[in-house]
Design a protein around this ligand. Structure first.
Ligand code: FES
Ligand code: FES
Length: 169
């Protein structure tokens, strides 16, 4: 067992965990933040995506004890039912889901994607690394490719992200 202190959605959370506990299980099983979903538990689906110090990661692939002092943002920390984050509101508006199981991960990933583009971080499909990256459909599809949706809501998810990015849908 080991102690770990995380800042989760702005609040200090002290936990005593088996050192083998993933960040995903710490959030879901120990902090009851069940918005973050466990799909594959193997880094293949993106359902468990959260932000750590502003960067998206698969929380099933990292141990909680590796995040001492880190700031974790989950879907519960982005907005509330009465005060949705713009990305949450856009997913509702564009019907960017069906069963909703992948949605928390999709939304956390989408928020981080727009920050990555704004920060000038290139992707595999960025043609010119010397110019500012754009929020094209190709860029968004590539950058969201780690978030699988078994319901196939991809086109509506793309519309939602495009709108938040300031583009036409
Ligand atoms: S549950 Fe983490 S990537 Fe699938
Ligand atoms: S909405 Fe069902 S898996 Fe994406």
């Amino acid at each position: 067992m080991s102690k770990v202190t995380l800042t989760v959605n702005g609040a200090n959370r002290e936990l005593e965990l088996d050192t083998r506990t993933t960040l995903l299980d710490a959030l879901r099983e120990h902090l009851q933040l069940t918005g973050t979903k466990k799909g594959c538990d193997h880094g293949q689906c993106g359902a468990c995506t959260v932000m750590v110090d502003g960067q998206r990661i698969n929380s099933c692939l990292t141990l909680a004890v590796m995040h001492e002092g880190d700031e974790i943002t989950t879907i519960e920390g982005l907005g509330t039912p009465g005060n949705l984050h713009p990305m949450q509101a856009a997913f509702v508006k564009h019907d960017g889901y069906q069963c909703g199981y992948c949605t928390p991960g999709q939304i956390c990933s989408a928020v981080a994607v727009l920050n990555e583009i704004k920060a000038g971080i290139p992707s595999h499909v960025s043609a010119d690394l010397t110019v500012a990256q754009q929020t094209t459909a190709a860029e968004l599809r590539e950058r969201m490719s780690g978030n699988i949706c078994r319901c196939g809501a991809y086109s509506n998810i793309l519309d939602a992200i495009t709108e938040v990015a300031g583009g036409q849908t």
